[in-house]
Write a protein that binds this ligand. Sequence first.
Ligand SMILES: Cc1ncc(COP(=O)(O)O)c(C=O)c1O
Length: 436
Amino acid sequence: MRHTLIKTGIPGPKSRALTLRRKVCVASPMESLAPFYIKSGRGAVLEDVDGNKFLDFTGGWGCLVTGYCPEKVVNAVKAQTESFIHSDFTVVPYEPWIKLSEMLAKKAAGKSEKAVAFFNSGAEAVENAVKIARGATRRRSIVVFEGAFHGRTLLTMTMTHRPMPYKYVFGAAPDVYRLPYPNPRKNRYTPADFERLLLETVCPEDVAAVIIEPIQGEGGFNVPPEGFLQEIRRVTAKYGILMVADEVQSGYGRTGKFFAIENWGVEPDLITLGKSIAGGLPLSAVVGDKKLFDSLPKSSIGSTFGGNPLACAAAIEIIKMIDTEKLLARALHLGKIIRRNFDGLKAKYNSVKDVRGVGAMLAIEFIKDEETWTPDTDTCQKVIQAARDNGVLLAGAGLHKNVIRLLLPLVITDEQLDEGLEIIDKAIASVTKSGR
Ligand SMILES: Cc1ncc(COP(=O)(O)O)c(C=O)c1O
């Protein structure tokens, strides 16, 4: 049985009608990847308003590790809605916040005792991690990396690497320093250069935190070279700098570990979480060393909707689901299938030059010229479009938008995955028209 179904041109007539309405009143910088509009979704499949069915390999930019509408999550949210929708934890506190904090603190177990604070979006979690780091160290500077993505608020947009459309249009916040990310294909740096680069760039006595995505998400699923995260941990500890792991995209099981950084056995001081934490309801968190939170003045962090009870109710069920449905093992299983398939694409198509990632967090990179590692943005974008027109929604990535990354729900069936991978293969064939 096929899980995709394309019965109109893409977009279909109802989607086109919505686009006409959208053009009148929706703020035009708000772009959408898909030219169609969703009606419903289950697991890894979404149906649009015209009855077309797509396999969603973007999972709403990585928010749907547990898929569309998992029954237990839906029921928990319904039950919470009937008790109370909102009170604001800083006005009248509630048990689901405490329970979720206990669960996350346990997941982040390490040498230090852990505490948890909730917010709304990934960017807000990152902003608060910076506040906590600055407050706890009484230092100002923040160190980030080439290829990083940390959000689109003024501070996090400054921390994000991509200059266009961000810093070029909106300006930048102060005290943010960017270091090279070691990548044998693109530069000569190795993990051993980190300390020297840090000292050449900023006075370490003024650095509050080094913030790194354990695997870069928007940057193109760049996996740190062996020893890099360990070296950052060593150097930050040496200079009294905090290490923050931004797990907004890499966390929640995608790599086969609950936090991606566990793959390298490193314990950061703070972890930021978002995206899949509440299965698509707006929720984010900072999890970390309790002493750091305890060093801050009362009421110095918080937000009106952060840790909303509906989102907490969903998030509790998401963690239970990851455990009971063994989604970490599932990520490794899916990852094996995808890697085998992607290695096949690399062998078959000239333009596919790299396969990388960990667990099910895998990507392929399109390159024109291997010698100069020139990005093939055009082919990559055409493949995304061809796959979409044939029933698979794909997310691009990379500073040059020449990477396809999989952020698929881990509840996808093997059959659905095979169907999606076959459509990607045909999409590349149709765009490049030739194999090797
Ligand atoms: C690693 C990382 N950090 C932060 C963010 C920002 O999250 P949000 O869009 O929820 O603000 C993202 C979003 O893609 C991300 O991938």
